[in-house]
Structure formats: C-alpha cells, structure tokens
Design a protein. Sequence first.
Length: 745
Amino acid sequence: MQTLCEKVSLLAKHDTHDGRETNNNDIHQDMKEKITQIIAKECSLPEKGVEGVLTLLDEGCTIPFISRYRKEKTGGLDEVKITEISQRYAKLQELIHRKETVVKTVTDQGKMTPELEKRIEECWDATELEDIYLPFKPKRRTRAQIAREQGLEPLAQIILFQREQNPDRYAERFVKGDVKDVKSAIKGAQDIIAEMVSEDERVRNRVRQIFRREAVISSKVVKAKAETDEAAKYSDYFDAEEPLRRCSGNRLLAMRRGEAEGVLRITITIDGEDATERIKPLFVRSSGRCQEIIEEAVDDAYKRLLAPSIENEFAASSKQKADEEAIHVFAENLRQLLLAAPLGQKRVLGVDPGIRTGCKVVCLDAQGNLLFHDVVFAVGSQNSAVAAQGKLAAIARRYNVEAVAVGNGTASREATEVVKRAMADVDGSIAVYVVSEDGASVYSASKAAREEFPDEDVTVRGAVSIGRRLMDPLAELVKIDPKSIGVGQYQHDVDQTMLKESLDRTVESCVNTVGVDLNTASVHLLTYVSGLGPTLARNIVEYRRENGPFASRAQLKKVPRLGPAAFTQCAGFLRIPGAKNPLDGSAVHPERYGVVETMAKDCKCTVAELIASPEARKKIDLARYVSEDLGMPTLTDIMSELEKPGRDPRAEIETFEFDPSVHTPDDLKPGMVLPGIVTNITKFGAFVDIGVHNDGLVHISQMADKYVSDPLDVVHLHQHVTVTVLEVDKKRNRISLSMKKVVSK
C-alpha cells in the first residue's frame, strides 16, 4: 500500500502532467472520492450530485454552464450550491497540497512514523493539520531551542514526567558550558516544557474552546488621537467591550478600520488565570517541586506563547467571518443593481446635474451611440431655469427623445424638476427617471471610456454612462470595477482577493442569467460570458467589426482561438435576435437543436411554427425524447424557453417621484411619511434616499412589524418604499427612518 507521501506526490504529478500515468488517475480518483464524501456531508448534498459537479469543474466547465445545461449530472443543483461546492473543493485541494508540504518536511527531518502519517492522511481540517505539524514546523531560534542546544531536554523530560523527587539536585548534572547554575538549568527546562505545552493539541483545543465561549473583544482609543477629527467617527468604540461571539460583523470591521488608522487598540482576551488552571491538570500529576516548576512553565506557556497565538487565530477567524458577511451583502446588492429593470432600446436624453458648471446633457440613439452633447444651466436662478427648460425641450424634439435619465448626484432634485417641465412641453409620454451615478466618474476616467470617446471630456462620458444605465444597467455597469459602484460597506477593509472573486462571480452570474446579444455586446460584457474571457471577447468584437453581424451561433466557430470547448461553454448564453434559426435567439443550447427539430418534425411543423404555436407544444410528450444524456430537467427547460424565446428575466422599469414639499433635512419632521428609494443594504439595515441629499437609515429593527434577521429578506436595491421619519440628527448628519406600518410614539 502506498504511503501518504507517495500519494500526494503522485497527485501533484497528476496535476502537472495531465494524468499520463495510469496510477495517477487511480490516486486522483481515490482522493476525489474522499473529497466528494466530505463536501456532500458538510453541505448536506447527495454524493452523486457533488461528484457530478466536481467532474464538470475538472473538465473546465463554468458554474453558470453547469447549473443551466448539465442538470442531469448534478441532480439539478442550483448555482448557489454549485458555487458552494466549487469553493469547498478549492479549499480541500489547498489542504491536500499543504499535506504534501507537511509530509515532506517531517520526512526530511527523519521524524515520520506510521502513526503520524496515518493522522495526517485522515486529517481534513486545516487547523487540526497545523496543530499536528506545529512540533515539527521549522521555527526561528526560540528560547526552547537554545535550551535544547544546551543539552537540557533530558532534564525537561524528567521534570515533565515527574520522575525525580528533587529536580534541583538532579539539575546539577546539567550545569556546564552556557548553563551557569541550577537556576539557569531549571529555567531552560521550563522553556522547553512551555513550548511543549503550547504545541500540545489537547491544550490548544482546550484554550480554543474557552476563547470560543468566553472571549471578549475590547477597543480603546489611542490617547494621542482621542481629540482629533479623524477619531470622532470612532467615538462609539473609544471604550467598548462585548463578547466576541456576539460582536456583529459591521462593528468588528469598524473597530478593525479604526485600528488600521491608528485610532483604536483592539484586544481579544479570556480569563488567563482560569485558562491556565484548566490546562495544568493535563501535566501536573503530583505535588512537590516538579509540580511547582511545571505550573510556572504552564503559566509562561499561556502568557508568552498560547494566548498570543490563539488570540491571533480568533482575530483572523472573526475577521474572516465578518469579511464573508460583508462580502455576501455587497455581492447581493451588486446582483440586484446589475439585474435592475432596463428601459430597453429607446432614444435617451442623459443629464449629469451640476450647479456651477451646469448640467451636461447628451442624446443617445436606441443603441446607446452618442449623437449630441451640450451644457444646460438648469440649476440656479429662475431665469436660467426657464431658459434651460426651453433648450431641453428643443433638444428633445430635435432628437425624438423617448425617455430621460437624470443622475442622482448634486442638484439632482432641482435638475429633475426642470427636465420634467421641459418634457411636459414636448410630449406628456416622455418619462423622466433618476439614475444612480455611483461609479460613473470612475468609468468616465477609465481606459475603456477614453478608447470609446477619445475626443470627449470626462463630463460627457459620465453623462453617456448615466443615459446608458437607464437603457441597460447590466451592460453599462460591467464596465466599472464593482467596488466602485457604491453598494456595499467596508469594501476596502475586507479581504480584497475574496471580495474580487465574489464580485466577479456575481457579475458572471448576472450576465449569464440575462444572456447577451452577440451583435451588440461590448468587450466588457462579453468578457463575463461563460467560457470566454478578455481575449476571446476582443476576438469576437474584432471578428464582428471585420465581417459584420453574426448570422448564426455556428459562426462563432470561425472566431480565432474560439475552440469547441469554449463554444460549448458560451454558445447558450449568446443570443442573436431575429436570426434565421429562431433557436439562435433563445437560451436553447446548440447541442439540443436536434431534439427541438425532432419535436417540430413529429408535430409536422417547422421550429418557428412550434415556437409560435402553444397548441402544438401542448401535444408534445417529453418522455419520448429522454435519452442517456438528456433527461426531463433539460427537456422542461427547453419547453419553457420555447414559450418565450430569449426572454429577459429582469423586471419592468418604474418611474418614481420624491415628496415635492421636502428638499433638505430642514424640511423633515418626525412622523412625516415619505416615498423613498433603497440605495444601499447592509447587515444592520437599509439606506433610503428621500430626496434631501442625505440618505436616511432604516435600522433592521424598524424594517417590519415582525422580527427581521436579514434586511435582504425584506428589501431589494432600488425598491420604492414608504418610510416614516423617526429622528433628524443635524449635528451628526443622520436621519432615522422606519418602514413599520405603525410607528411607536
């Protein structure tokens, strides 16, 4: 039977040599079976479904593709579960490679035993693995290591196992060289015992249990910073203390930010005396001088080695938990923003409000191309507003404007009122929408914006972005770094790698959920399509530029470097509205065209007629078309798609108006009931724009007349809500709101 060392080494060879050796495949399969069992148990999922997902991931399939087109292999697992499996799979693969390092290091030291090897092989917990490895882990030159070099380890063992009644007399044998006296010998032995105690798995787990139940997180202000302006925002944490297990993620991240800025000092502690008293029975077996020496060593081990180490563990794990919580909220906000209702292909007037420099106005055609731009001074004096109203009406008539998008930044309310009057002069059917400006300035200064509009300044590009966001939020927002869209908290404080992976997955999910028009999509949008990426996205756009619009999905195979695997992954998500083959405009994958054609033939009609005829589709017995690789889940999806080919899953857009009597915080009074728009959602509540240039907070406790555990269960981004003003704190610039039907007085 092969050793673990041989297994992990061969697994590594398998990963880097494409499995050319037969044994490697066997070993890889053996590991995968174990991984499948672990993931299935942890996620409470059937092993067969997990196994199918892992196989597809190893084949290079994307999560959107697996969830949409491989339901038979996964048992119909959704995108959330497949993502969970993928993330856990990656962690376990990291653990396998870590095992390889551990085995090699211990083996090279000549300390590997069959028992130790078995423990490492059976270990699938990263913390446990590190505890096993700790005694063998290469260290800097510690006090214990110096004592060992002085030959004091036998003395430490004699004391630890309490085999000597008079350890001080026995220690005289070790007084030589750098060991000047008995006291130095005993001290060196204690250093060795302290390190052994700190590396003992039982001890570490016992201390972890205490931290888990009893740890307290405390924050104190740095005295030198207490009176500074930068410290004021952390005043709630100048002298704060609470159980770590009850500390919410947003509070912890706020404290950690204050610590990073040098304003706060954060500690995570337990009762050290109680902890050492719980540890000592593991080592003290008798009374006397040995007991005294060991107890001192345990005290030293806890204070010098254990407490800092376990505190760091819990600081890291609590931060990771808070990061995951914040990233989840950010990702869900981003998903809602990306999947916001689109206006569609309409001629749009985009307005970027401004006061001193005026409002930048752009006209876009139905495809989002820039036709015209100008500056209109709509905000200021009454005369300028009247002049701007006439000018805007003239522009709208000249370019047959069908809708208006006004940015929600500075002077948005004032500009919107002028625009509405102007559009009423033209045509009462021209709707005016207020659009979020978050990230527009980032896009306008980006390389992509400069390439598209090299001759225009950033203000024009920003107004174009606002107009396009109304037409198709998803297509426009993918051009902006998700962190800059402004729908999260603490995005600069959380793990940046984890944040980027999560947001990229969210964008990819949204793009593939909606689908992409192959003949109009930008490079940015195509980049997120399953199986593509930046290079193939550019190649598609270049091919389209040189050869004209795609007439069929099959034509994708002519795009340079877009091979069969990439075609399989991307084709179902790329649509060609109005194509000769109507299936090219649907979410039906090309690999399933044959079965649809067979259905049409059996119904004695064409595919187009089958799509157009509900009566014909009702006659189809799906069971007749089940085969070895095609089951009812996919057939059901195909039938749903034939009912509404290429349908957009997003909702229809709605207009919104603020209360005309409210413009500034001075206009607010407790008890006022106002319309608002949800602009941001956090774990502790939601921020709502009520039209006073400062969003109010609906705390989670004020979101409904029942208990709410997660604000995302109650509201979604850009939702139109009705709120009641609870309090206006002008000094701290805070507005408290409620969404409860009955507000307590």
